[in-house]
Write a protein that binds this ligand. Structure first.
Ligand SMILES: [Zn+2]
Ligand SMILES: [Zn+2]
Length: 266
């Protein structure tokens, strides 16, 4: 395994040998479901119960923000755009997600983010490749929403960077350049949990910056921004805003899960 400093914290890299050892131990133990403790035949898969409960997002959905519709609004076109996107166009171009952020979606994300279930990354990469096929086909660069340095140290790795890497390693993403450090957190922000849409937007305002290393390589490019959960879109919108300022011609958003609520962006 390559210990990319844009994905793993320095402590995690130093302790890489221990993690690798744990990985080897895990490899000889029966693999567990990605969302519960049940044993499964194939590592990085769901047990039959969780598979049955998994709610994958499918069409029909808003062509812009990706909100799934309960009823088919008819042929795709202007009329299919959701109310929130008709009122205010998001700063990103398109957003897609694999699963609903329901109980199972949350267990998958939390297990990946805080647990040691990073072996799910290739599976998530395959799911993301399917849900975001159109976005990936158009993308030049795939970048994660960055974590602040202090949070990266606490978490040991950036789960969004791991997802972006998994997309670029999948057959669908082989032409997309993995840009793990395209964006930087310029300041530490309190967690978005518990904040409403307006507070979320204010919380992340000016929280990101373009990495100087990439500044000259964004002009005219289409960027695929990868994150674990899409909630109100405040964080990804702020990232899209500064990528647009840096010359990106399009910014698409691909996430593992999506909260079942209107975007709520003012
Ligand atoms: Zn399960
Ligand atoms: Zn929409």
């Amino acid at each position: 395994m390559a210990w990319d400093p844009a994905i793993f914290s320095p402590t995690a890299i130093r302790h890489g040998a221990a993690s690798a050892l744990r990985g080897m131990v895990n490899a000889v133990l029966p693999p567990q479901c990605l969302a519960c403790d049940a044993l499964v035949a194939t590592p990085g898969s769901l047990c039959s119960h969780c598979w049955r409960d998994a709610k994958f997002i499918t069409a029909p959905q808003c062509p812009i923000c990706g909100v799934p519709y309960a009823f088919d609004p008819g042929a795709p076109g202007v009329g299919a755009i959701c109310g929130a996107c008709s009122r205010v166009r998001p700063l990103y171009d398109r957003a897609r997600a694999v699963l609903h952020y329901d109980d199972l979606g949350r267990r998958l994300v939390v297990g990946f983010k805080h647990g040691d279930r990073t072996h799910g990354a290739p599976t998530f990469g395959r799911w993301l490749s399917r849900a975001g096929a159109e976005l990936i086909a158009d993308a030049d660069l795939a970048a994660p929403v960055p974590l602040h340095r202090l949070r990266l140290i606490r978490r040991r790795f950036n789960q969004s960077a791991m997802l972006a890497q998994a997309i670029c390693r999948s057959p669908a993403g082989e032409k997309v350049r993995f840009a793990p450090d395209l964006l930087l957190r310029s300041r530490h922000t309190p967690s978005q949990a518990g904040l409403n849409a307006v507070q979320r937007k204010r919380n992340v305002r000016n929280a990101f910056a373009i990495n100087d290393r990439w500044a000259a390589r964004i002009e005219g490019r289409r960027v695929l921004l990868v994150d674990d959960v899409f909630t109100t879109g405040a964080t990804v919108s702020e990232c899209a805003r500064i990528l647009g300022q840096a010359g990106a011609v399009a910014v698409d958003i691909l996430t593992l899960a999506r909260v079942d609520a209107p975007r709520g962006e003012p």
